[in-house]
Design a protein around this ligand. Structure first.
Ligand code: ADP
Ligand code: MG
Length: 944
């Protein structure tokens, strides 16, 4: 079972840990630590300087029931958060100590492991030696802390079991090796607990490396935790048996568990990619040497540190205690010396110190857990234990990496490499030989080929030599020839030069010729054209010459004929001259007689002028007389009206219309008349009686008409009314409609014209279709008198604006315009008057309507062409007609709705003329007013 883990020929090397780093200095860095190890004995930041320092924790055991019963007061008081322990000597004296960790009674095994042992275990796994040691008085819990198996309760497991657990979890089973030795040191002898037969095992120190070994002790390779637990149990059993045999207790011996760890760097790399060892590995690999980490973990459960006097033992026991204490005392001394940096460390004084040579003042990472009981009865032991711990805290180790070159694997690798190289060399050798053979063969072939080629070459050379000679000869001949040709060429080139010059000249001449030819051609062409023209002209001229000659001969012929007649005419002229002379003489005599006659007539004219003057004076006198008479008539008329009213009120009976009319007509006594009017009436009556011969109705109407003519003389108002009342108007209109007689038409129209002077009659006339009848007659007759009557009648109707629309509809306006065609000045005067009446009424109505805020629309005269006629003809008629037309235009111009038409018809020019030239001032003003007030007129004037 036990086997040696030491490999052959390994050379152990140690490397000092690089200076402390922030993560804990000498501790192997970056290993995956358990998170539960929140507070471990690892280097804290303030301990950076002494990373290899021995870490010391203190653990206080819970009180036993006995201690409880005895009711001793505690001599220790813990301040775990300050990592302090207060040791109370008595109630008034105490001392405080600082540790790396302070565990109370309730501290769990797990926490103790993680804080005290785990960092050491990890360090060991990283290739450093490590030591975890428990120190304390018997019964304070060293074995409990370190060696408890915890089979029934895993939480009870001590440091040994937990450390092995950790190691198993971290090593690679294939490449890493883990083995243990379990030993007991009692009375300075070392006994193998795994192989109890092995007693007195020596502690051997390698003089070169200082490595301590226990030759002969069993080093058992462990595969799993169960195997370890078994071994540990075996060891415990062996310890118990040995102690029984030796009649002693386990508390009097020191138990040492040695865990050997041998790790390959490759395997470790897999587990720990970035450890410090990895740095070393990379260094090693740079030398291409395989390395292994070989570290050791010592877990030591020391014997009790109580003093002899307190243990109450004697005899053998004393001896025993002495030895036990030799080791412990020696340990204490060493620690003191180390703590004080003494030059001499008494390591060799005991086996324990020799065994722990690397743990204190060596290269290992060391954690010490000191255990104390709480009870005051062990005050001095507790105090000495605390002091031991305090001193141990001062020991600083130089932690070093334990690595070795793995020569075994190196050798294997090299052998493999040598084998590979040997076979490779053989292969290459073989290849080279083959190559050499082939090359030799090729060389031979080439040599043969060379000989053959040389032969061919010499033959060719000879041939070429001959050819060369021949060619040289030829060359010489050619050179001679060339020289001859050269001189010839020179001559030729000279000639060529000459030729070129002449060629250039010829070319230039040619060019000039060409141009000249062109000019010649164009000139020729031009001349040809001209010649052709001239020929044509010549031809024309010759033909004309022929004609002229012909004419000339004709003329000559004619002239010869004429000569004779000229001679005859000359004779005639002479005769005529004579006759003229005679006539002149006659005329002179006539003029003389005429002048005499003229003088006579002038005398006569003077006489007539005198007569005319007397007549004018007479006329003036007559006029004045007429005015007096008119005044008289008015007075008489008023008197007549009064009489008439009296008569009407007294009249008892109304006879038939005809009779009454006749009566009234036949009663001239009622009406005062001047002699002249009486004459006129009697003249007209004659005409009427002539008409009356045509029939009964005509008789009546003739009288009415006669009466109508009387109205002309301002006596008619009463009669008019009566005539109308008696149906006279109807009769007149009937006559107009039915009669074909021109005279009746004339007289009737005159009567209607008179009636139409009265506004109430105007309505009746229009109502009974009078206007239409008048227009009808106007279209049929050419008699100026009839037309004058009709025009007068319609002109009167034009003065009533209420009748305008009907008048237009019945053709009154058209009839008026049509009557202008007759050209009779009286008729035209009536027509102009009618239009003036019409326009004036419209203008008046327009003013009224405008004042009420709305428009009437354009003039009714426009549609029938009246405006056009007026605009073009105003200046062509007599003064009175022109005045009427001017007035009409001015009135029409007052209405803005007529503007457009006035502009179109050219009336605006007429208006301008009226405004400047009209004989009447009021008309001029009216025209000016229209032109000024209408912006359209202004714009039009501006535009033209
Ligand atoms: P030592 O090895 O120091 O002589 P032991 O480990 O044998 O002491 O402990 C003595 C007794 O005290 C044992 O019964 C043990 O179980 C108990 N004991 C020690 N420490 C503790 C502790 N921390 N918690 C509970 N029991 C403890
Ligand atoms: Mg014990």
């Amino acid at each position: 079972m036990a086997s040696s883990a030491h490999s052959r020929g390994s050379l152990r090397t140690e490397r000092q840990v690089p200076p402390a780093r922030g993560n804990g200095g000498g501790n192997p860095p970056a290993r995956s630590r358990s998170s539960s190890a929140k507070r471990s004995l690892r280097v804290s930041s303030d301990d950076d300087k002494d990373s290899g320092r021995v870490r010391v924790a203190i653990r206080v055991r819970p009180k036993t029931t006995e201690e409880h019963d005895l009711d001793f007061t505690d001599c220790v008081e813990l301040q775990p958060e300050l990592r302090r322990l207060k040791l109370k000597k008595n109630n008034w004296s105490s001392e405080s100590y600082k540790f790396d960790e302070v565990f109370t009674e309730s501290a769990s095994q797990r926490r103790v492991y993680e804080a005290v042992a785990k960092p050491v275990v990890e360090s060991v796994l990283d290739g450093y030696n490590g030591t975890v040691m428990a120190y304390g008085q018997t019964g304070t819990g060293k074995t409990y802390t370190v060696g408890r198996l915890g089979k029934d309760d895993p939480s009870e497991r001590g440091i040994m079991v937990r450390a092995l657990e950790d190691i198993f979890a971290n090593i690679s089973p294939g490449s890493d090796i883990m083995a243990i030795s379990y030993l007991q040191l009692y009375l300075e002898t070392i006994q193998d607990l795994l192989a109890p037969e092995k007693t007195n095992i020596p502690v051997v120190e390698d003089p070169k490396t200082g490595e301590v070994s226990l030759p002969g002790s069993a080093i058992v390779q462990i595969k799993d935790l169960d195997q370890f637990l078994e071994l540990l149990q075996v060891g415990e059993a062996n310890r118990h048996a040995a102690n029984t045999k030796l009649n002693t207790e386990s508390s009097r011996s020191h138990a040492v568990l040695v865990v050997h760890i041998n790790r390959s760097l490759e395997g470790k790399k897999e587990n720990d990619a970035s450890s410090l060892a990895n740095v070393a590995n990379s260094e090693l690999s740079s030398h291409h040497l395989p390395h292994r980490l070989k570290s050791k973990l010592l877990i030591v459960d020391l014997a009790g540190s109580e003093r002899i006097d307190k243990s109450g033992i004697e005899g053998h026991m004393i001896e025993e205690t002495k030895f036990i204490n030799l080791s412990l005392t020696s340990l204490g001394k060493c620690i003191n010396a180390l703590a004080e940096n003494s030059r001499y460390i008494p390591t060799r004084e005991s086996k324990l110190t020799r065994l722990l040579r690397d743990s204190f003042g060596g290269t290992a990472r060391t954690s010490l857990i000191v255990t104390v009981g709480p009870s005051a009865q062990y005050y001095s032991e507790t105090a000495s234990t605390i002091m031991f711990g305090q001193r141990a805290m001062k020991v600083v180790n130089a932690v070093k990496l334990k690595e070795e070159v793995d020569y075994e694997s190196l050798c294997r690798k090299l052998e493999y490499h040598v084998d590979y190289l040997t076979s490779e060399t053989d292969r290459q050798q073989k290849l080279r030989e083959n190559e050499k053979e082939q090359l030799e063969k090729k060389l031979k072939e080439k040599e043969a080929f060379l000989v053959e080629t040389e032969k061919q070459f010499s033959v060719k050379y000879e041939h070429l030599e001959k050819e060369r000679n021949h060619l040289e000869l030829e060359t010489q001949n050619l050179l001679k020839e060339l020289n001859i040709q050269k001189s010839e060429k020179d001559k030729l080139s000279q000639e060529v030069g000459h030729l070129e010059i002449s060629l250039k000249q010829a070319k230039q001449q040619e060019l000039e010729n060409l141009n000249y030819q062109k000019v010649l051609a164009s000139t020729t062409h031009m001349y040809e054209k001209k010649i052709a023209q001239l020929i044509k002209q010549l031809e024309d001229e010759s033909s004309r010459c022929a004609d002229l000659e012909e004419q000339l001969s004709g003329i000559r012929h004619y002239l010869s004929g004429n000569k004779k007649s000229v001679q005859m005419q000359e004779k005639e002229v002479d005769e005529l001259k004579r006759e003229i002379l005679k006539l002149n003489e006659d005329a002179a005599s006539t003029i003389q007689s005429l002048r005499a006659r003229n003088n006579e007539l002038s005398l006569e004219k003077e006489l007539l002028n005198g007569e005319l003057k007397t007549l004018k004076d007479k006329l003036l006198y007559e006029d004045r007389k007429r005015r007096c008479l008119e005044d008289e008539i008015i007075i008489l008329k008023n008197a007549l009206n009064d009489d008439n009213a009296e008569y009407e009120s007294k009249r008892p009976y109304k006879g038939d219309a005809t009779t009454r009319s006749m009566l009234s007509l036949g009663g001239p006594a009622n009406i005062p008349k001047s002699n002249r009017s009486r004459e006129t009436i009697s003249g007209q009556k004659d005409t009427i009686s002539k008409i009356f011969e045509e029939g009964k109705t005509v008789n009546v109407v003739a009288n009415l008409a006669a009466e109508g003519i009387c109205l002309h003389l301002h006596f008619a108002d009463v009669n008019q009314e009566r005539i109308v009342e008696e149906g006279g108007l109807d009769t007149l209109l009937l006559l107009l409609e039915s009669s074909e007689d021109a005279n009746i038409h004339r007289v009737t129209a005159g009567a209607v014209a008179n009636l139409a002077m009265n506004s109430s009659n105007q309505g009746l006339i229009m109502g009974k279709g009078g206007a239409r009848l008048l227009a009808n007659i106007a279209s049929k007759t050419e008699d100026p008198q009839t037309l004058r009557m009709i025009a007068g009648a319609i002109a009167n109707l034009c003065g009533n604006e209420k009748l305008h629309v009907t008048l237009k509809k019945d053709g009154g306006i058209k009839a008026l315009l049509g009557m202008v065609q007759c050209g009779h000045s009286d008729v035209v005067a009536q027509v102009a008057r009618g239009f003036a009446n019409f326009a004036k009424c419209e203008s008046r109505v327009f003013v009224i309507v405008c004042s009420k805020g709305h428009r009437k629309g354009r003039s009714l005269l426009i549609e029938d062409g009246v405006l056009n006629w007026m605009a073009t003809n105003s200046a062509t008629f007599s003064a009175s007609t022109r005045r009427h037309i001017e007035l009409s235009l001015c009135h029409l111009a007052q209405n803005e709705d007529n503007t457009l038409e006035i502009i179109r018809s050219g009336g605006i020019k007429e208006l301008i003329r009226i405004s400047q030239e009209s004989s009447r001032e009021d008309t001029r003003n009216l025209a000016k007013k229209a032109l000024d007030s209408n912006p359209a007129f202004s714009a039009e004037i501006h535009a033209t």
